[in-house]
Design a protein around this ligand. Structure first.
Ligand SMILES: Nc1ncnc2c1ncn2[C@@H]1O[C@H](COP(=O)(O)OP(=O)(O)OP(=O)(O)O)[C@@H](O)[C@H]1O
Ligand SMILES: [Zn+2]
Length: 826
């Protein structure tokens, strides 16, 4: 960071190191024009030219008085901010992420900053469709842009530059963005839109009685507007908020009237996100007291925090972890601190925000990558200005510019979806959050009923504090788990489609009691594999090395890796035989079969296919909660976090397909997944029941799930992890090399592995083909590096890898190849 104390810095030429939002390996140095010297501060945005003609927003990382030695530094074009929008803590975090995950600062900047904060030549601008701004407030140039946008609905920044005939238009655009006159156009897939209603406020000025009187007299000739004003005053008497719809109805006026009053700044119209629960439901639990076990855990957590920054709350499902989080959040809020509540999945934020809103009202805000960019930019500013206190979000919320973070909760910390696979930065949000917490001196609470082995290992080794909750709230017994042998039922011809008689009997009993059922199958689609009985051929994706999955709705075969689709086959494309066998089992088929077996039962399905549309996820869960559905069939989407009172039976259709996954984490994950799904049953008054269907009834993981024996699972897994050199004892770095030509790929990855082996010896394994050896027409080879981090220097090894990868990339023989480094692949 810069030292402003030295009083001679005005004399010297100042240079800044900037991060550009691009995957370039390093920062770039720019020269600061004298008149901008005062504006230099780490974390402010600047406008720079990069390459021949492209203009970008970059972030000042640091500054110095030294010119770069290898190139002539260009001048900065402008400084956009009067105050840093990236905090010093973030700069430290970015640096750590870049070093740890071997990615570039530019990749982190691109992921962290909403597009509206990182304008570039290609950025496209549109008018704010609800613009209710005063044209008189715009200057000539702003007016020109506005005119152009009205003619041509969208413009790129390059086009705007031409219209205005000046090089840097960014400050102008920034001002228009701030005034909400324009928006950044987003071409990305449909964004998540929370349900919103319009709220009307009276302009502050009219809090003053005199002003209000004057206003009434001014409106004399506009009786409709007087009606609206009177209605507003009436409604606002007994409500804290006046909905636009209510106002229109009470006053008997149209939206145009309200709008014209907003244009005159009599009213301000705001948007409010509304909850899917009615407020009556919420009132019931708005006040609560922790029970004895919970209070003890609450105190233990606080004591632990006195000497440890990270604590694990290991509490069985439905033990009330969330209620403890709420009490802790309240304490940090009382101290004026900000709180980050991380959840593994966007879909889960819906139910959680409803629960938390009861306590924290407008102090809490949701943030995730599916919000539109303009909203994300707005939240960015609010977090930076300490205007919001509690942020509930998915993994990208670790990138927010917290002003005064005091506490981080990482709920369901074991979840794999905290790790980002594509694109870089391939970071783990839990680990990044812990680093952020340490940088900001915040306390970090990890919560899970089934902690990851890494976390539990750290807790047992005293690196983290450990606090336990071992009983369900309200004294409800944990669900009873029954294992049913599929093989035996098949032999005895009891099985119907894929439902054992035990499961069907239990479903019928549950439905008879008007209770609800969740059925879990970890595979979507109808059937995953079609095999020709005559020649053994099975249809494969044309771009990837995977079998296509048959989806009955639509009658197509789908590739789950690249989205490729083709028509279903009725005869084998290889031998024309008509004997096609369907193998495997997806959620779609389960739903279908069940509808035949239980024709009068209302069945819903929750998986990637049924939730692609906006809000579909919430609609399905709503229907289930309101008991419009009796049975919900789903993939792991049904496994997590749901807290519904009427579910008493969980059926796991096929546990083997989860356990037999070829991955070193398969057992750990299966234990977690099965326990989490099981945890959805019997959460309030009645004990729940779980039926696990499997071929392998004696499998140790299944036995451990039945016995709720997390410790046993942990102990046995750790023995294997040590023996086969896996985390937490070893660090894994994966290098994936991709190329369109298999022959070339094999040769170059073999060479690369040899080279690495030369430096790192038998830490280097491979190259080998991953589970899916070709995706989107690129063949893949993987080199795995297993590092004994207790005896080896991770930093040294990473630096070596960085160096070798750049040598590899620069080598002409490797043209057409891509290298992807994944640290801690999950
Ligand atoms: N002290 C309490 N007072 C009132 N209700 C409580 C209390 N503790 C827990 N509950 C209720 O019990 C249910 C389970 O609690 P909660 O969802 O917090 O458990 P959890 O440990 O977070 O579960 P999971 O890990 O399965 O998500 C919730 O409906 C919650 O409102
Ligand atoms: Zn494919």
């Amino acid at each position: 960071m810069i030292n402003f104390e030295s009083d001679d810095h005005f004399q010297q030429t100042l240079f800044v190191e900037v991060v550009l939002p691009l995957a370039i390996p390093r920062t770039y140095t720019y020269r600061v024009p004298k008149h901008l010297n005062d504006g230099v501060e780490s974390g402010r945005r600047v406008v720079v030219q990069f390459g021949k003609s492209k203009i970008y927003t970059a972030i000042i990382f640091s500054s110095s008085n030294k010119a770069p030695s290898s190139y002539e530094a260009k001048y900065l074009l402008d400084i956009l901010d009067e105050k840093a929008i990236v905090t010093p803590a973030q700069i430290k975090l970015w640096q750590w992420l870049s070093d740890y995950y071997l990615c570039t600062l530019g990749e982190i900047m691109a992921a962290a900053l909403p597009s509206a904060l990182k304008l570039a030549s290609e950025t496209r601008i549109v008018l704010n469709p609800q613009h209710t701004f005063d044209r008189n407030q715009l200057n000539d140039k702003e007016f020109l842009i506005l005119d152009a946008l009205e003619l041509k609905s969208e413009l790129s920044i390059t086009e705007i530059t031409k219209i205005l005939a000046q090089k840097s238009v960014f400050p102008l655009l920034k001002s228009l963005l701030d005034k909400k006159v324009i928006f950044i156009l987003e071409e990305i897939e449909e964004k998540f839109q929370p349900k919103k209603i319009a709220i009307v406020h009276l302009h502050q000025m009219y809090d003053d009685k005199e002003n209000l009187k004057i206003l009434f007299s001014e409106l004399e000739k506009a009786p409709k507007q007087v009606d609206a004003l009177l209605a507003f005053l009436k409604l606002s008497k007994d409500k804290t908020e006046v909905k636009k719809a209510d106002l229109m109805e009470t006053a008997g006026v149209s939206a145009a009237i309200i709008k014209s009053m907003a244009d005159k700044e009599i009213f301000n119209i705001g948007q409010k996100v509304i909850s899917r629960f009615s407020s009556e439901d919420l009132a019931v639990i708005s006040d609560f007291t922790l029970n004895e076990e919970q209070s003890l855990a609450f105190r233990e957590i606080k004591t632990s925090f006195e000497n440890k920054p990270v604590v694990l709350l290991h509490g069985v499902t439905s033990s009330g972890k969330t209620q403890i989080y709420i009490r802790l959040i309240e304490e940090y809020l009382a101290k004026g601190k900000q709180v980050l509540y991380l959840l593994p999945e966007i879909a889960l934020t819906g139910q959680m925000i409803d629960r938390l809103k009861i306590y924290f009202k407008s102090q809490i805000i949701v943030y995730h990558s599916k919000f539109n960019d303009n909203e994300r930019a707005e939240i960015w500013q609010k977090v930076l200005n300490d205007e919001v206190k509690v942020i509930l979000g998915a993994r990208s919320s670790v990138f927010l510019p917290f002003a005064d973070l005091g506490f981080i909760i990482i709920d369901e910390e074991h979840e794999a979806s905290f790790k980002q696979f594509e694109p870089a930065p391939r970071y783990h949000a839990r680990d990044a959050a812990i680093v952020l917490g340490n940088i900001m001196n915040a306390k970090i609470l990890l919560g899970s009923a089934t902690p990851s082995l890494e976390t539990y290992f750290n807790a047992l080794n005293n690196k983290y504090g450990l606090v336990k909750l071992s009983s369900r709230y309200g004294g409800v017994k944990p669900p009873k788990v029954e294992v049913v042998s599929i093989a035996e039922e098949r032999n005895r011809k009891l099985i119907k489609e894929n439902f054992t008689s035990v499961l069907l009997d239990n479903i019928n009993e549950t439905l008879a009691l008007k209770e609800q059922v969740i059925l879990f199958q970890n595979r979507r689609g109808y059937v995953p594999i079609l095999i020709c009985k005559t020649c053994g051929n099975s249809p494969k994706c044309i771009n990837c090395d995977v079998s296509l999955t048959y989806h009955k709705a639509g009658g197509k075969l789908h590739c789950h890796y690249c989205g490729y689709k083709e028509d279903n086959i009725s005869e084998c494309p290889a031998c024309s035989s008509k004997h096609i066998e369907y193998k495997g089992l997806g959620t779609e088929k389960i739903e279908d079969d069940l509808k035949v077996i239980l024709p009068d039962v209302k069945i819903g399905r929750l998986d990637y296919d049924t939730t692609r549309n906006k809000n579909a996820h919430q609609v399905i869960l709503n229907d289930f909660e309101e008991r419009k559905l009796d049975i919900l069939v789903g993939t792991q989407m049904v496994a997590k976090g749901l807290d519904f009172e009427n579910i008493t039976l969980i059926g796991i259709i096929n546990a083997d397909s989860i356990i037999q996954f070829p991955d070193f984490r398969a057992y750990e994950r299966s234990y977690q997944m099965l326990s989490q799904v099981a945890g959805r049953a019997g959460r309030r008054s009645k004990q729940g029941k779980v039926i696990i269907q499997t071929y392998d009834t004696k499998h140790r993981i299944i036995q451990q799930v039945v016995a709720s024996d997390y410790e046993g699972m942990y102990r046995e897994e750790m023995i294997e992890r040590l023996q086969f050199k896996y985390p937490p004892f070893y660090k894994i770095i994966q290098i994936n090399i991709k190329h369109k030509d298999l022959g070339i790929l094999l040769a170059i990855s073999e060479n690369f592995a040899k080279l690495l082996r030369h430096h790192l010896g038998d830490m280097v394994l491979g190259p080998h083909s991953p589970l899916v050896g070709r995706v989107r027409n690129y063949y893949i080879q993987t080199i795995t590096i297993k590092i004994d981090w207790k005896s080896q220097s991770l930093l040294k090894i990473k630096n070596l890898l960085k160096e070798q990868v750049s040598v590899f990339e620069a080598d002409k023989n490797n043209k057409g190849a891509f290298v992807i480094i994944d640290v801690d692949p999950y």
